[in-house]
Design a protein around this ligand. Structure first.
Ligand code: ADP
Length: 351
């Protein structure tokens, strides 16, 4: 049941069904509704006329006509009146009813716009939260759901969270650059490429814990079991366990089932089976990190799991720093992390 946030025009999305944020007449309107009717052509309106409208929180289905999608599911979101008039329940009902219709029509992929978050005035961060929570709760396991966001908008996150993450990113960048500058000055190098970019400074373990753990720290990364004179055959026959073996061990150690783990990681069952059956499988970095989040690993454990897939976290990467922000706070909800990554224009966990 992976949920993937994408930035696009929903009329161009190739999915079995796209969802329309309609009004209760179902006879077309502005915003996403207008765009869908324009792209689908007049036959869509003709079919909508036969439906007799739709109450708030309910959904109806039609064909997609000229759209790439086979079906359009029309749902009527609530108008925002401050949040105390049943808006969250009605909005959740839109997603639930739409998913039910999609399942009844055997749709494997469904794309939603951010219902009610335009003319109907629902605050975007809250609308996204309701959407993600309801989809996670209600979407069938074998369905892939796309949340299609049209515009670039920081309002997808609460202002407090956006500012807190921004400050954290600034702080990490600033600290790194200050530190590099101080090191160069100290060594009186005067040239930018004279010093290794990521040489660890063990006197300040807090400074770049993830990159140091992965790149320079002999205790946690290099193992230190073999000396410099060890021959290549010995080294190769003593390789560490790889990513997939380690992942399966961690799942067992956590007392989780495989399904619990891949669902929490927002990973598709087929991909998990592939990883499970191939001891040498090398996941993408967002996939490896998604498992670290699902397993609620701390920073050191995350660095170790990533290393087994050939990756490290870097203080120079906004993506890495945002994930680090959540791990440091012990917040392991992948939907929340992906919302934040999306708001900062970064790739999402699980790919
Ligand atoms: P509502 O009346 O339910 O608020 P709107 O159409 O005004 O519906 O807006 C719902 C959301 O759809 C808004 O976030 C808006 O930015 C977005 N939107 C508008 N056009 C498109 C489009 N072509 N594709 C995807 N989303 C869109």
């Amino acid at each position: 049941m992976p949920v993937i946030i994408i930035r696009d025009d929903i009329t161009r999305v190739q999915a079995d069904a796209i969802v329309n944020a309609a009004n209760s007449s179902l006879l077309g309107g502005g915003g996403v509704d207008g765009a869908i009717h324009r792209a689908a052509g007049p036959q869509l309106l003709a079919e909508c006329r036969t439906l007799g409208g739709c109450p708030t929180g309910e959904a109806r289905i039609t064909k997609g006509y000229r759209l790439p999608a086979k079906f359009v599911i029309h749902t009527v979101g609530p108008v925002w009146h401050g949040g105390n008039q049943g808006e969250p329940e009605q909005l959740a009902s839109c997603y639930r009813r739409s998913l039910e219709l999609a399942q009844m029509h055997c749709c494997g992929t469904v794309a939603f716009p951010l219902i009610s978050a335009g003319v109907y005035g629902y605050p975007k961060d809250q609308a996204l939260r309701v959407a993600m929570d309801t989809i996670r709760e209600c979407a069938p396991e074998d369905m892939t759901v796309y949340m299609v966001i049209f515009d670039h908008d920081a309002a997808l996150l609460s202002r407090a969270l956006y500012e807190d993450i921004t400050e954290y990113i600034d702080d990490r960048y600033a600290r790194r650059h200050e530190k590099m500058f101080a090191r160069r000055k100290e060594a009186n190098l005067g040239q930018i490429f004279a010093a290794p970019m990521f040489k660890a400074d063990h006197s300040a373990p807090e400074a770049f814990p993830m990159s140091e753990a992965c790149m320079d720290c002999e205790d946690t990364v290099c193992g230190g079991a073999f000396g410099a004179d060890t021959d290549l055959d010995t080294l190769l026959s003593n390789l560490d366990e790889g990513f997939s073996v380690t992942l399966l061990q961690l799942i067992d150690r956590r007392g989780m089932s495989d399904a619990q783990c891949y669902k929490r990681a927002n990973i598709d069952r087929k991909l998990f089976s592939k990883i499970r059956s191939d001891a040498h499988y090398r996941p993408s970095k967002p996939t490896a990190l998604a498992f670290a989040i699902a397993l609620e690993l701390d920073l050191e454990q995350t660095a170790d799991l990533l290393r087994r897939a050939g990756y490290a976290l870097s203080p120079s990467s906004k993506f890495d720093v945002i994930v680090e922000y959540f791990i440091r706070r012990g917040e392991y909800d992948i939907m929340r992390i992906n919302e934040a990554l999306f708001a900062f224009d970064q790739p999402l966990l699980a790919g």
